[in-house]
Design a protein. Sequence first.
Length: 435
Amino acid sequence: MKTKNLGYLLIIFVLALFCANFIYPQPIKKIFPSFPTKEFKFGLDLQGGVRLVYQVDLSKIKETEKGEVLEGLRDVLERRVNLFGIREPVVTIQGEKIVVEISGEVDPEKAVKEIGKTPYLVFKEQKPNFEEIVEKNKKAAQEGKKEFEDPFQETELTGRYLKSATMVFDPQTGRPVVSLEFNDEGAKIFERLTEKNVGKILAIYIDNFPISTPVVKEKISQGKAQIEGNFTVQEAKDLAQNLNAGALPAPISLVSQKQVQPILGKEAFSSIFRAGVFSFFTILIFMVLYYRFFGLFLIVSLPVYLIFSLFLFNFLGVTLTLASIAGFLLSLGMAVDANVLIFSRTKEELKKSESFQFAAHEGIKRAWPAIRDGNLTTILVGLILFYFGESFVKGFALTLSLGIVVSLFTQIVIYKLLIELLGESRLTKIKILWR
């Protein structure tokens, strides 16, 4: 049994050593120059980034709905950059503008590409003088002119009512098309439009460009439509993906882009790092002095916890800001709290029993309900903050939750393995070390 437990410990330490090379790769890079590395990402407050300003066209939006549209735009842009909460953009509304701040990008052009071009979807119906405008455009084309009047006018059916978009194959032609489904309000609007325009064209525009110009044959009540065009399979998939990511409820245009300097900078980060190191060693010293030999277990388990947590943050690309670092440090406190409960319970059991193994296992058994409930409720709060929160709040919740999950593994599993290795050795008989 001891050999088996020793093997498990060695596996954990080898994994920790492997993860440590990703966190601090300089030593191993000297031996293996091609060793894969990934730098940590830092937030605007520590590293700086870029600032993008988008102008929102609200000319077609009712005055009473402008606030709702701007909120929807902010959510869409933040969702595209902040997928799973690991980029932590700062997206704010300033009048009729949306300001997006992204950390870590050196070139503003890269940030623009990263956000991507979120499509503005709108259905357009024929203008009253449709035929006249078409003839006028034909004549203009024959004369070599490049500017034409749009024979269609916007309707109230836009991407804000879109429920889902899927790439499917047309059963008649076999060509890839994008199937759209609108929400309940959008379905009602779509039904009114198709009823009004039977026998006429109801054009589908993406970013003010006509993608499909189908003729309405009958009233459609299901709230579904198709975007047809000369798409390849990949183009249809990309369009459906972009629409699902968030068809804009109003068109936007980039009016400004510039780099921004870090709010706090490297000096502040150095201070945070020094404070973290000081706190870490202070905790270790206190635990050893107060809990004696039990505290030495933390010298083994806490570094492993730190390495696994930092590796996970690096691997997932978590953006480290003051808020996310605070969440991580709070999870460190929760990890130590679990050990405090176990150590205290074990010391109480040692007063009743001469068997170290029995007292240690009883200590874990009796402390586990409190550890489980305390950590579970904190994780639940973290999940709620992550789901409903925005930007820095999501970063805080993410690092806190991940840190707690890692701490439960390292603090309890490593402790149990060390206890099993000690067994009923002579060391466990020295009461002054444990009680």
